[in-house]
Design a protein around this ligand. Structure first.
Ligand code: 13P
Length: 251
């Protein structure tokens, strides 16, 4: 059975008071949902408090970035083993904001993915095309390159310990969601690419959709056969919206 997952990506939002309110509301409502997994990926400084709040619950947590290096003189970086110290299950790697705003290329993303897995974390590997790339008809080529950059160095077996998130750049934070069919087409493309290398891993692979998932469009996206859940930005900061999205998957 494929893992069904909704993960919130808080990005650089929140403070101690707001986080506590948000988590209290989420915990109360999500504790009864059993047939899917729910997670929040939070800014580094909040990991200890999120860990304390979520440890007794069925909600899991993770970070939004990780260093590709194990340890050393890398001022400002956070290693995978440090994330492990705070009970993280997941770490997002290759988010388009990291790629476009912080210059992370496919090579760096692959190194981060490997560093995460080496420490026992499950990377949520983000891939996705820009609007220009979609309009130029190169979506599949871009996704293929982004995946190959990781699989060629980490091996296809590593995908068995990862989650892939398809996040079209043009849909992130824009309110413009990919249509369920547009998303399904890319998800099926991703799965078939993995299937060509390892059929069992492809079948078990959780592929999330991310990009303006809201309470009112989650159900139709999650109804598609190759969409196994969502990576949620803005709506993960609003308790009622996040809960509704989680319920849409759990139904
Ligand atoms: P939005 O849900 O705000 O569009 O963000 C999606 C995203 O980037 C999740 O990683």
């Amino acid at each position: 059975m494929r893992r069904k997952l909704v993960a919130g990506n808080w990005k650089m939002h929140g403070n101690l008071v707001e986080n506590e309110q948000l988590l209290n509301a989420i915990v109360t409502s999500l504790d009864e949902l059993r047939n899917a997994q729910f997670a929040v990926c939070v800014p580094f400084p909040y990991l200890p408090s999120v860990q304390s709040a979520l440890k007794p619950t069925n909600i899991i947590w993770g970070a939004q970035n990780v260093s590709q290096y194990e340890k050393g003189a890398y001022t400002g970086e956070v290693s995978a083993s440090m994330l492990n110290d705070f009970g993280c299950t997941f770490v997002i790697v290759g988010h388009s904001e990291r790629r476009s705003l912080f210059g992370e290329d496919n090579h760096t993303v692959a190194q981060k993915y490997i560093a995460a897995q080496r420490a026992g974390l499950m990377p949520i590997l983000c891939v996705g095309e820009t609007l220009e790339q979609r309009e130029a008809g190169t979506t599949e080529q871009i996704i293929k390159e982004q995946l190959a950059a990781v699989i060629n160095v980490a091996g296809v077996e590593s995908v068995g310990k990862a989650v892939i998130a398809y996040e079209p750049v043009w849909a992130i934070g824009t309110g413009k969601t990919a249509s369920p069919q547009q998303a399904q087409d890319v998800h099926a493309f991703i799965r078939s690419g993995i299937e060509a290398q390892n059929i069992n891993i492809a079948r078990e692979l959780t592929i999330l959709y991310g990009g303006s998932v809201k309470a009112n469009n989650a159900s139709e996206l999650f109804a598609m056969p190759d969409i196994d859940g969502g990576l949620i930005g803005g709506a993960s900061l609003i308790a009622d919206d996040f809960i509704a999205i989680c319920r849409a998957l759990s139904n």
